[in-house]
Design a protein around this ligand. Structure first.
Ligand SMILES: [Zn+2]
Ligand SMILES: [Zn+2]
Length: 346
């Protein structure tokens, strides 16, 4: 089968590899869509680790084509959406459903083969954890492949206690910042302020539902945010970039007792200076979120199924044959998200 294989920093190649052999507890999935995200680009650039020789891709949807003899919950033809976290299932975090915090977790697409290939092995361990979800047959593969990034965003919004009528500022309107805007909109967040230096991305933010769109280089951010939040500041500020200036900015936009969520990863060895009294006297709840719980995956899939417009986040579509270009195109900041589509499976 054809697969995209990671060989090191700035080195991914399209190769012909053996189709995976499945055991009695496994599934074989014919991949329909596999999204690429910023963390894949960070691996490509050497900022984040992955195993050499691994098939990347952790945002995968596909069709079940072979079912192991011991598997009862899936049938050939089911549309499967994968939460790529292989967790121990027994530790403090796993017992509380927080599989994304399991210290022993590994992830498909980083340590184990992921979805940038014609076929993908879904190991028994993943099925036992309940990390494989069924999408309806009508749901387009491309939409279903947005479950992983949407679940990460749902975790961010829920950690920040966003609800109908809340106000949210998102600093950084890249693909994940824009998914925050779309999902916040869909759960009824009333005020959504996007802060983004690139004009193209500000235009996307507006189109995807931001109620105020600001340029950090020209606009008076604090004034505008206070203005649209009755002088309170935003209930939550999500920092969706790996830049410390953006994190610093967040403290000026959040209301007292509001949340500042450091959603994006930072380059290794980043340090940040801030006045701790801002956090102390304003009782700011400074937090981070990374990935999501299986329960959030399940609900993200439900939200996507009624928000088909969310595939607009994908501006670049590739076939497996030109999947290495899905990486290089993301090095420039033009456009939003890349996805590899397999028309045969969809
Ligand atoms: Zn991702
Ligand atoms: Zn665990």
């Amino acid at each position: 089968m054809k697969a995209c294989v990671f060989h090191g920093v700035r080195d991914v190649r399209l190769e012909q590899v053996q189709e995976p052999q499945i055991g009695p507890g496994d599934l074989l999935v014919q991949v329909g869509a596999a999204g690429l995200c910023h963390s894949d680009i960070r691996v490509y650039l050497g900022e984040k680790k992955a195993k050499l020789g691994v098939i990347p891709g952790h945002e995968t949807a596909g069709t079940v084509v072979v079912v192991g003899s011991d598997v009862n919950d899936f049938q050939v033809g089911d549309k499967a959406v994968i939460c790529p976290i292989l967790a121990c299932g027994r530790c403090y975090f796993c017992r509380r459903g927080l599989r994304n915090r399991c210290p022993e977790r590994t992830t498909l697409g980083y340590e184990e083969n992921g979805g940038l290939a014609q076929y993908m092995l879904v190991p028994a361990q993943l099925l036992e954890l309940g990390h494989v979800f069924k999408a309806s047959v009508e749901m387009p593969m491309e939409l279903a492949s947005l479950t992983e990034p949407s679940a990460c965003v749902l975790n961010s919004l829920e950690t920040c206690e966003m609800e109908a009528g809340s106000s949210l500022a998102v600093i950084g309107a890249g693909p994940m910042g824009l998914l925050h805007i779309m999902l916040a909109r869909s759960i009824g967040v009333a005020r959504i302020i996007a802060v983004e230096p690139m004009e193209e991305r500000r235009a996307f933010a507006k189109r995807f539902g931001a109620t105020s769109v600001l340029d950090p280089q020209g606009d008076s951010l604090e004034e505008t945010v206070m203005d649209v939040t009755n002088g309170l500041g935003a209930d939550a500020v999500v920092v969706s970039t790996g830049r410390t200036e953006a994190a610093d900015l967040a403290f000026g936009l959040v209301r007292k007792q509001g949340f500042v969520n450091l959603f994006g990863g930072f380059p290794p060895n980043t340090h940040m200076d801030f006045d701790p009294n801002i956090v102390h006297y304003n009782e700011i709840r400074l937090t981070g979120t990374q990935n999501a719980t299986p329960e959030q995956y399940r609900r993200a899939l439900n939200l996507l199924s009624v928000n088909p417009q969310m595939t607009k986040i994908n501006t670049h579509r590739f076939s497996i044959d030109d999947s290495p270009s899905a990486y290089t195109v993301r090095l420039g900041a033009e456009g939003l998200k890349s996805v590899v589509l397999f028309p045969d499976a969809a």
